[in-house]
Structures are given as C-alpha cells and as structure tokens.
Write a new protein. Sequence first.
Length: 732
Amino acid sequence: MARAGGRRVVAAVVAVLLLTSAVTGGGLAAASSTENAAASSTENGSVSEPRLESESRQFAADTAPSTDLGQPAERVSKSVTASGGSAAAVGTDAVFERAPANVTAVQELRLTPEEPGEITVVQRYRVPDRVSSLKPELPEAVTVTGTTGFSPGNGTVYEWDGNTSNPSVTFAMEVNETVELSGPEGAQGRYLFVDAGEWALVRHPAVPTSWSWSGAAPVGITRATRTAGEGYVGEWMAYLGAVATRERTAHGQRFELVVPEQATLTESPDAIFDSLAAAGDRMRVGDRDPVVNVFAAPTTTVRWGVRGLQYGDRDMWVRDAEPLATAENTWLHEYVHTRQGYEAASSARWTNEAFATYYAALLALEQDRVDFAAFREALRPGTVRPQSDAVLTEPRSWVDAANYLKGSLVAGDTDLRIRLATDGTRSLQAVFSAMNAHSGPVDARAVFESVGTVAGPEVRRAAVTYAGTERTPDLWSAATHAEAFGSTPALVEVGIATEPGALSVSGPYRNVTRSGSELTLYTGETLTMTGAVTNAGGSAGGYEARFVVDGAVEASESGTVAPGERVTYRFDRTFDEPGDYTLAVGGDRVTVEVYEPPRATVTGLSANRTDLSGPGAVAFTATVSNTHGVPARANVTLRGPDGPIIDRRVALDAGENRSLSGVVRLDRGEYEFTLGSADPLVVTVGDVGDDGDAGDGAGGDGGTSGFGPGFGPLTGLVGLLGALALLARRWE
C-alpha cells in the first residue's frame, strides 16, 4: 500500500462501525461480531432488492457491521522473448513501463434507471499492430448484451477475432452489495454499494485481460474507466449521476471530495478538508497516497449498512450526514485506513480497526472537535464485557466488534505508555511507521517487537498482556493524559523523497529520471533512489532508513533528526539479472521489472571508397539503430586481414542511432563485407589478377548498404581477407 513513489502491496477493505444512536432516529445497537457479517452481491442471490425509503427518507439506523469485501484484484503475469511475448493483467496497467505500444482498455459505466440494482458496462479496446490475440475475462454472472469483434470462449472469456481494431463487449451486471447481520442489532440488507436507479455508488468491475504479440518490443496495456454521463471514477469506486467535486492539496496529498447532487452534507466541504488536511499533517506514518478520493454517500434514499467504507488504496465513502464534532469521526476513521500500508497477518489483524478507531478519536480531540471526556467515552466500550474478554491476537474470540472496541483501548493504552516511557519523545506512530515499513505480513510478534524497540521491554510486556490475553487496561484520567500528551512527540516519517529526480535510472543505455511506483529497467542499469527523513513533531527523534530489496536489507542509514529537519540519503541498486524486484525505503515501495534488452539492428554499412587503384587505407562506417522503442544492445565486430576493424559493444536508448567507424589498409584483391543481414559491400583494390603494385590511387565513393544475405566468399577472390559479423550475445 505505499508511495514515492511506491504503491501499497496489499489493499485494505474496512468499514466504520455504527456504535452510537442514529443520526436521525433509531436507538443504540450492539456491535456485531466479525464472524456474523458478510459482504455479498445480488449475483449469488444473497442480497435483497433495493429498499428505497421513498416515503420516510430516513437515514440508516445504526448497526455494527464489520465486513471484508476482499482485496481488489491486481495481478500481472508475462513472458517476453526476442520474437514476441504474452501478458495478462487485472486491475493495473503497470505491465511494461513506457512500452512503445499499448492495448488500450476503456471501461464505460452506464446507469439503467429502468433496472435499479443493475448497471451496464461497455468494455472497449483499441488494439495496436503486432497484437495477435486478446482475451478479456468478464465477471461471473453478468449478462452479455452485445459484442463487436469478440466471440465467446471458455467460461467467461471472450476472444478477439484478430481483425477488428476497436473491439468491444457490453454486459449488464448487478451491483448491489450488502452486509447481512445476525445478533441483537437485527439489521438485515443494509447497503455497502448500491444502484438506486437514478444514481449509483458502486465498485467498478475488474476485467482480467490477456494478450500476445510478435516482435522483440513488448506491448503493454493502458486502462481507463469513465461514466457514460455525469459521475466520478476513483481508483475502484465510482459514482454514477450528477456530482460536484472539490479538491485541496495538503502535505503531499490531493483530497478529492465528490458530492453527489443527491447528497446533503452536514459539514461544509471546507470543514471536511480542514479536518483531513490536519490529519494528514499529524499522521507521519508513511504510506501517503498522492490522491485520496472521498465520496459523500447520499442518505436520502438508501439505508447504508455502515457509516463509511474504505476500499482499495485510496477510495473511501462516508455518509453525507456524518458530523466532524464526534470522537467517532468517520471521515478521520476512513482516512486513517488509507494510511495503513501493511498487510496484517491474522494475529495482527486487530490493528486495522483498532488504530483507525483510536486515531479517529485522538485526532478529533487534537483538532478541538471534542473534549477529553468525549474522547474517553469513545474508548470506554472496550472495558465492557463481552468485548473486553476478547483476545485480540485471536480473531475467533472477537465478539461485539472487540477489534474496534477493546482494540482501540489497547492501542490508546500502548500510545500512553510509549509517551510516558520516552518522556513524550515517541508515540504509537513510531510503531505504526515500522509496521508500514515491514517486509511481508505483519504479525503479532512484529507489532510487539516494534513496541519494545520504541519504548522498552516494560511497555512491550503491557502490549502483549492486553492484546494477547483476556486482560483489559484501565481508562486514564485527564491529568494523566495531559502529562503524557502535553508535548508533541517526534513525528518522524521515512520514505522515498517526493521531489523530481528522486528516482533516476543510469547505465549504458540512458540517464533519465522516473516517477511512479512501477518501473521498467534493463539489465546493466542502475536505479538510484533518494530517501527522505522528516520530523514534523516537537522533539528530536531517532530513525533508521532501511533500503530493502525483496525483503532483504541492502543498506541502512540511522541518526537523529531534529524538529522541522529533513535529511536525505541516496541508495543505488544495479540489476544484472532479469526479474521482478520490490524496493522499499520506509513505508514506500517501488516495483521494478528488469528485462534483457532486445537486439539493436544494423541499418547501414559504408566505406569512404570501394575502388582503389592500389593498396591503401579504407575507412568503414557501420550504423546501428534501435527501432524497438525500448533500450537495445548489440556486439559488433568487423574483421579485417590482420584483426578487427571495428569491435564495439553498443547500447542504445529507444530510437537512438549510432555510427561506428574503423580504418584498415587493404592490399590488392577483391573484398566482400557484410553486416548481419545487410547487403554485401564489395571493395576492389588494384587490378585483380595483376601482380604489379599500382600504388594508392582512389576510386569511387562507397555507398550505404541495405539488408541482405550474410557473408560469403566471391568466386575468383584472390584471398578471403575480411568478414563482418553481428554477434548477439548476452551482456556480460
């Protein structure tokens, strides 16, 4: 989940619990067990028809679902050879960075007001030359209503006819998704995503696509999703219908607030931006997405099952009726989820909701939106049975949303103890940062070890006790809070620098700067990453900036950074072998795909003269071109009577040409030179068959050869004196 740069490795799906009375009406409802909640769609028959409250227009009564929609599918596979290749991708276009040609996939979402609960999707492609096959795989249980250039294949796969340059497939799909709950709250059929007929807030479908091509240069894919009419498309969420959008940039992030015409915000857009921007400044834990899409979900016609939902890396929706002046601040809760870049193993999964719930309350307190009493009351449910008896590291023990309730209390207690043990110089954010920077799934051991590293063994033992047993910490007083939280701790953030040039590529082919979280390099190239350490807190803080490649620490820098200070480091990695690599600095990650470059092509061979009256010097020029659109290389050797005339290793950037030259003295005779598949170049010295010495006279100018057959001796040649060969071999 993380930046530079880097993208987070695992996407999270999280929902805010509805723990208090409804925004309008309704009573208190107990929190549900994670085991009793499940997300589903109408495709498997487990979702009721849309329940639109056209008369009462009531907001959703508060329930307490906890749901797992699954991770957004992002997968890539590929095979590349000198003569062609194949690839398959879903949910991403990060297949080949800056490929010279791309399949273009455009997904268009259309409302179908006459069919509430269903939308129409048009999946269009633009197919470039050299593509030999194209196969999209549609979601299960959709109804195909039309195709152009596609025919059904196996299962839900459709196959391209090989001729249509702009093929498409149109299908209808049901999009309503609900939470089904059992327990004292008794709420059924509450929506996570819905099509209400006139508008829809949905997850747009992933359509895995595979393709193959001919030629050495790879063919990639670019993706786009749009709405047929008014609307807004995020990374994975989309709103179909009339909307107004506002944006604000703060602390390296752009917040996009999407307000549907059907929505009525309780808070002003500026107030929402102020709260999110302040949270972005305060949360120095890495995994900072460059864009966060915030959808306001209309509550006038739909009973939502949750107050808010975060899905993918950077999309979240929040009910339009949600206030800011509450310790259960849904806007902040969902924002914290976007900052969780780690993949939690089962024993640490409690931290997903615990951290979001705790920090939503703490940030609301720090923004003066609530007082300490309200903050304390938000943590109090964690002290009450049955949730207080849960063992957080054992998800099967969670009842009544213990991961939210007891989890947030344990998170707060750990934060308190860290601050007291370090005289206010460190906080739970240091643990949060370490979890984001962790390579591989974060388990309970990793969490507890981070606590011990930050604050010592006593605080570690307390965290183990309260998260790993049925014991529960006590709430703390306002005086204790003032003592521990009175000073601003070090807020140290380690990651990849955001300025231009933070990622640069150098080597035999090119010297360029790059940006983004997916990069393509070629063997022999070096990636240079600039790591940055900042401290936005009020105390000096220690740090360790680790440069990690595929989970192994290759280099590290450590020290102390003062408040307001910024320190940078440079890390280099040269890639000698093709493959996929994951590089990380702090919580930011970059995926690097390394390939063997294709062969450069000899496009010309010439000599300054091809007809000499007698022995003399001849200058040869070979032109090598890269026509592939990606870096290429070749070894070129032109041999003369006494050794190489030209012997060069050539590395070329995309579209680059290079001339190689050499001079040789030739005696009487007739010589034939070829260069790879170029036409032969014949040089005649003197009167062939005359044994006399005719001197150094010059004849006609030589011309540039084209492509042709390889080297071969001439009939009647006095002697075989020269040969030219293009050796394509691995770069040693």
